[in-house]
Structures are given as C-alpha cells and as structure tokens.
Write a protein that binds this ligand. Structure first.
Ligand SMILES: C[S@@+](CC[C@H](N)C(=O)[O-])C[C@H]1O[C@@H](n2cnc3c(N)ncnc32)[C@H](O)[C@@H]1O
Length: 295
C-alpha cells in the first residue's frame, strides 16, 4: 500500500500546497507526543491527509497511520530544517573535512546533510534503510531546487555492495550506529575509507542511554526495550555481537539497539586502523567523535 501511494504522496508534498500538508503532518507527529495540535489547520488539509492514508479515518484527533508516521518523520525533519534557516544542527563537521572530498553518509534519512555537503564536496553518496525516506527526499530536493544526491536504499551492513574499497575520504553518520549491526558494519566502513580519511560519528552514549532508560518516566514496553538495550550494550562490548528482536511496528523489522561506551568505540576503531580518536562533542546523551584512518 505504501508503494502504491508514494507517488501520490510525492505529488501532494510539492508546491504550491505541499508545504501546508508537511506542516500539518509535522504537527500531527508531535501531537502524538502531546506537544502540538493540528486544530488550526483547514479541514481540507486533514481531508487530503486522510485520503492519502496518512491519518486514521473518523478520528477527532489527527492520529497518524503507520504510513503517516513515516511521512510525518520526514515532514518533521524537513520543516524544522526550513524553520532553522535551512541550517543543519550542531555539532557539524568542519568545512575542511568536506571540501573537495568524497563523502559517504550512513543512515542519511531523506538526505538533508548530503544536500549541504554536496555544495563543496567532490562527490556525495548516502545509504538509507527506509525506502520512503529516499523517495520523499528526492521530491523534497527538487522542491528546494537541489540536485537529489545518490542515496542507495539499503542497510549500512551492506555498504560494500555499493561503495568501492578505498574510495571515501569522509564518512559521516549521525544517530544511526546504535541501531545497526556494528560488528558487521565497522570493518566495512574501514575498508571503503582511503588512508588519511576521516570518520565523524554521532551516537547515543552508554551513560546517556542508561540515564534515560532507568531514570525516565517510561511505560512498561519502553522499560522492557530499555532492559534489552542495556543487556545488548553490555553483550556487544564483551563479545562484539548484538542480539536482535523482531519488532512489530512502523519502521525497522528488527531491533538490535546497543549503546557501547566511548572507550569501546575508540578501541574498536583502533583495531581497524582508525586512530586519532577525538571527542568533538558530548551533551550527556549524545556524543560525537572523529577519527582518522592511519593504515
Ligand atoms: C535518527 S535518524 C538520523 C537520520 C540522519 N542521519 C540525520 O541525522 O538526520 C536514523 C536513521 O537511520 C536509518 N537507519 C536505521 N538503521 C539503519 C540501517 N541498518 N541501515 C541504514 N539506515 C538505517 C533510519 O531509517 C533513519 O533514517
């Protein structure tokens, strides 16, 4: 169903009225967390969203369907980016890491970082698991008058199928690595990097995740998933392996979340010849680090 209506959704988010629909979906997305309301939107926008199967039938509040949640996620990120003057959030890699370089973004969502990188990079390419993000991203790029960057619809675990060895100067990955099969992916990252190349990775830290899981006001399901994440993080650090759970739901079919410590990331990268580990930012929940391939 998602594939059958993606073309219609792509059409619906284009100018001149697409902007209002995207904002409606953003607010419906936040509305599910009680932060925004969609009450002020014209009835025809809610009707359009309903006809596209993005919100449920006959409900008073505008509840996103599974499909609507996926599109709402993109709408949220895109509208927030527009509202912030089309600037990416900090921390950002310095221009010297991008300019003239061959850049790879792992888990690039709809490609907004690539839009920025391609202004000065020699080449850019992304990998993204969620096909809808890739499709909607190319429509949004066109709305912005931007050439859509190449994004391969694939798990980052398969990056070697798309990217040649020794071909990348800069690997960027933001808020993705906690969700992937790290043991499979990291050696592949090292293999596609040129000697002297840099990685820039943002992850949720072990400390931040534990605090959120055990101190927050979480529902039972979140606590169970939190306990799984804790065991998986410890298991990953001790054995290099992650367990994975099948999950019913909106996005990824398997849940293999793990939050290794920064020390673990540093040691694991070093084993692959990626050294000069530098902590670029740590806000207590997410940390960003860079490192260079030295051999
Ligand atoms: C929190 S979002 C971050 C998106 C983007 N990096 C950014 O900073 O805006 C995580 C992204 O990783 C993608 N993702 C999760 N697991 C993945 C995997 N195994 N391979 C590729 N992408 C994945 C998700 O679909 C989603 O787009």
């Amino acid at each position: 169903m998602m594939t059958a209506t993606l073309t219609e959704i792509r059409e619906a988010i284009l100018p001149p009225t697409g902007d209002v629909l995207l904002r409606f979906l953003r607010d419906a997305y936040y509305g599910q967390q009680g932060e925004h309301t969609t009450d002020a939107y014209p009835a025809e926008i809610a009707l359009k969203a309903r006809q596209l199967g993005l919100i449920g039938q006959g409900e008073k509040r505008h509840t996103l369907t599974n499909q609507g949640y996926i599109v709402g996620n993109v709408a949220k990120e895109y509208c927030n980016w527009v509202d912030h003057g089309r600037n990416m959030p900090t921390p950002k890699p310095p221009q010297s890491m991008i300019e003239g370089k061959d850049v790879l973004d792992l888990g690039c969502s709809f490609g907004r970082w690539l839009w920025e990188f391609q202004r000065t990079a020699h080449s850019v390419v992304g990998l993204e698991l969620q096909p809808e993000y890739v499709e909607l991203g190319s429509a949004l790029a066109r709305c912005e008058g931007i050439e859509p960057p190449t994004i391969h619809n694939s798990g980052v675990e398969n990056l070697d199928k798309f990217i040649k060895p020794d071909s990348i100067d800069f690997v960027f990955s933001r808020l993705v690595f906690n969700h992937v099969d790290i043991q499979v992916t990291l050696p592949k990252v090292a293999a596609v990097m040129r000697k002297g190349g840099t990685i820039w990775i943002q992850v949720e830290t072990f400390r931040g995740a534990i605090r959120r899981i055990f101190e927050g006001e979480l529902r039972v399901r979140s606590r169970v998933l939190g306990a799984f994440a804790f065991c998986n993080s410890v298991g990953c650090m001790l054995t290099g392996r992650q367990m994975s759970l099948p999950v019913k739901g909106r996005m990824h079919a398997r849940h293999r979340i793990a939050y290794p410590t920064l020390g673990w990331w540093k040691r694991s990268l070093k084993k692959l010849g990626i050294e000069e580990f530098k902590l670029e930012d740590d806000d207590g929940g997410n940390a960003t680090f860079s490192a260079r391939k030295v051999r």
